[in-house]
Design a protein around this ligand. Structure first.
Ligand SMILES: [Zn+2]
Length: 236
């Protein structure tokens, strides 16, 4: 049996960017692909965090709840988290500095990585998005006009996410994409900024990539017109 770590992506980034918010995989089936990851929910109803095999849904107001079984996801990235590297950064590290340092390590590996940052955080800026109605607007429009930003002064918690190499820029967002969930698992969101007051970083190098294609009906017309470059830059 192949024991290499595998990163499974539900749907394509182009489909999501173009408004592909219809169900692709029921959340109850995500556990087949791992216990760790990020994504969103049907109709773009909030941000997804999967941590220790528990799925959280972070609603527009930044509150988190465990995902309910009837839910589905239009887009997610999931793996079985078995970190190969643990680092303890200096205290009071801004997220940008942390990303720069980690990015150099990960660029040398050149393959996707799963990233978990655990500890005490300050100046946490997150966002979430509300569920959309059909006809679904593209993701950049939702982010530009309907996202809600939440600022939290301090919290323990986990930042969960991925790093993709530049050579995969048409498959997922190159660089880091992190979602935050508080230590009490009650708040979180797509992570824009924070300071890691103290904690550790775990990295998992992943050499295999598995994609679950959306059914044709779930891909909006226009998803083949290459809206991706500008929309990923604006949305992430
Ligand atoms: Zn996100």
């Amino acid at each position: 049996m192949d024991r290499q770590p595998v990163l499974t992506q539900i749907s394509t980034m182009d489909a999501l960017m173009s408004g592909g918010y219809d169900p692709v995989v029921p959340v109850k089936d995500l556990h087949r692909y791992g216990d760790f990851g990020i994504g969103t929910y049907e109709r773009l109803d909030g941000e997804m965090v999967m941590l220790n095999d528990t799925l959280f849904q972070i609603l527009l107001d930044g509150t988190a709840r465990t995902a309910s079984i009837p839910d589905s996801t239009p887009f997610a990235v999931i793996t079985r988290f078995q970190p190969d590297t643990v680092l303890v950064p200096g205290k009071g590290m801004p997220l940008d500095s942390l990303k720069n340092g980690l990015g150099r390590i990960l660029a040398a590996r050149g393959v996707p990585c799963a990233v978990r940052i655990s500890g005490s955080f300050e100046n946490i800026r997150t966002r979430s998005v509300p569920p959309q109605a059909k006809p679904y607007p593209p993701l950049d429009e939702v982010v530009a006009s309907r996202q809600k930003i939440t600022d939290t002064a301090a919290s323990t918690g986990d930042a969960v996410g991925t790093w993709f190499p530049p050579c995969m820029k048409n498959i997922n967002v190159p660089g880091f994409h992190m979602h935050f969930i508080s230590g009490d698992r009650k708040t979180g969101g797509h992570l824009f900024d924070c300071v890691l007051a103290g904690g550790r970083v775990e990295l998992q190098t992943i050499g295999q990539f598995h994609m679950i294609m959306p059914p044709f009906a779930a891909v909006p017309a226009g998803a083949d017109t290459d809206p991706m470059k500008k929309t990923t830059e604006r949305a992430e």
